[in-house]
Design a protein around this ligand. Structure first.
Ligand SMILES: Nc1ncnc2c1ncn2[C@@H]1O[C@H](COP(=O)(O)OP(=O)(O)O)[C@@H](O)[C@H]1O
Ligand SMILES: O=P(O)(O)OC[C@H]1O[C@](O)(COP(=O)(O)O)[C@@H](O)[C@@H]1O
Ligand SMILES: [Mg+2]
Length: 344
């Protein structure tokens, strides 16, 4: 038994239902099978560079798979940003805490940082998370199924009120660079138009779909991803979000009045926002997240440094972080064409 091994674990980037199930899976197997110790790093890389670290014993992860958020906290602070101190600072904090390796749970940004740390000789294993489903190295990530379920249930509810008033409803869902949530929630709820960042669609076409739905006696439903670019540019609320990223959200509010003005159909807009990331994970996400956690501790014990766990078909595999962060997984043309047959 390697009972002197200490493994730091962190969650970074936007939170996502299932993070706690990953933590629980890794800690339970690490404790039971490998006899290793865990250290909880608070608020992602912030805790790593500021040495905000606490023991994470097995009893702290009891019952966690059904809970939302992350018990460790998260942030968008990175070690390579201003004042972060880079790999040198991370090595210093790890040494001080006698931390042997890190499990980093995060999206494409976090996994890029993990790869950079690995390039500098730090022992790190990644676990992919994103509600956006935009990581190409894994078939799915936990959080996506929950986000789609919440969006679908919300749209179903918006539908009955829109139908009662013969209104058009525009529903904005998350999806910064890719339209997977919009595509799946839109398909599940029978949307008359699904608008995603990958597909330019003219206002004329959007209004055409809205009018044809109304002509058939339906309350037109438009599902739009926050990253949809109506005129080839993102709709941003503020210039930047404090971490150098444009803060998206607002495309629905932008679209609604234009649809109303052009079609003369009374239109309401709903932005689902962070509701899609809150609360309990679906059972699918709990299972996937738990399996990722179990596989992550195996990867650590196999010294698969610079790798991340990934779902391929029904199997959990490991892939190099460099592969995992190479491309975003966008909605292919064929998937949009398939859905578009049902628009209007
Ligand atoms: N290319 C990069 N180089 C250095 N740091 C990065 C890079 N990409 C992301 N980061 C850091 O990692 C943090 C987490 O990434 P972010 O995109 O916010 O979340 P996620 O991991 O969910 O994609 C960022 O806020 C930033 O501090
Ligand atoms: O939590 P914030 O800072 O409002 O960011 C919102 C963004 O987070 C996400 O939910 C997930 O983004 P990340 O995977 O980069 O964390 C996006 O869909 C959305 O654009
Ligand atoms: Mg990101």
């Amino acid at each position: 038994m390697l009972d002197h091994v200490n493994i730091g674990i962190l969650t970074s980037g936007g939170d996502c239902p299932g993070l706690n199930a990953v933590i629980r899976g890794a800690v339970m197997k690490g404790d039971r099978i490998y006899g290793v110790n865990f250290q909880g790093i608070r608020d992602g890389f912030r805790g790593l560079v500021e040495d905000d670290i606490r023991p994470l014993p097995r009893h702290d992860v009891r019952g966690l798979s059904r809970t939302g958020g992350t018990i460790l906290g998260t942030s968008r602070i990175g070690p390579f940003g201003e004042g972060g101190g880079g790999s040198a600072r991370v090595k210093q904090v790890m040494e001080r805490n006698e931390m042997d390796a890190i499990i980093a749970i995060g999206g494409e940004g976090t996994l890029t940082v993990a790869r950079m740390l690995h390039d500098d000789g730090i022992k790190v294993v990644g676990v992919p998370k994103t509600i956006d489903n935009d990581l190409s190295a894994t078939d799915y990530t936990f959080g996506f199924d929950t986000a789609v379920s919440i969006a679908t249930e919300s749209i179903d509810r918006l539908r009955t009120t829109a139908e009662s008033h013969h209104r058009c409803m525009v529903v904005e869902v998350m999806g910064r660079h890719v339209g997977w949530i919009a595509l799946h929630a839109g398909l599940a709820s029978g949307a008359h138009a699904i608008l995603i960042p990958e597909q330019p669609v003219s206002m004329e076409q959007i209004c055409g779909w809205v009018e044809s739905a109304l002509d058939r006696g339906r309350a037109p439903l438009v599902v739009v991803a926050e990253g949809f670019m109506p005129d080839g540019a993102e709709i941003v609320r503020d210039a930047l979000d404090g971490f150098g990223r444009p803060r998206l959200g607002g495309v629905g509010e932008w679209l609604g009045p234009i649809i109303e003005q052009r079609t003369d159909i009374e239109t309401r807009v709903m932005t689902l926002g962070h509701l899609q990331r809150g609360g309990v994970p679906t059972s699918y996400d709990r299972v996937l997240a738990t399996r990722f956690g179990l596989a992550a501790i195996d990867a650590v014990m196999d010294s698969k440094w610079g790798h991340m766990v990934s779902l391929r078909g029904i199997d959990i595999e490991t892939v190099p972080l460099s592969e995992g962060t190479a491309d975003l997984k966008s909605v292919p043309q064929s998937r949009w064409d398939e859905a578009a047959v049902l628009f209007g």
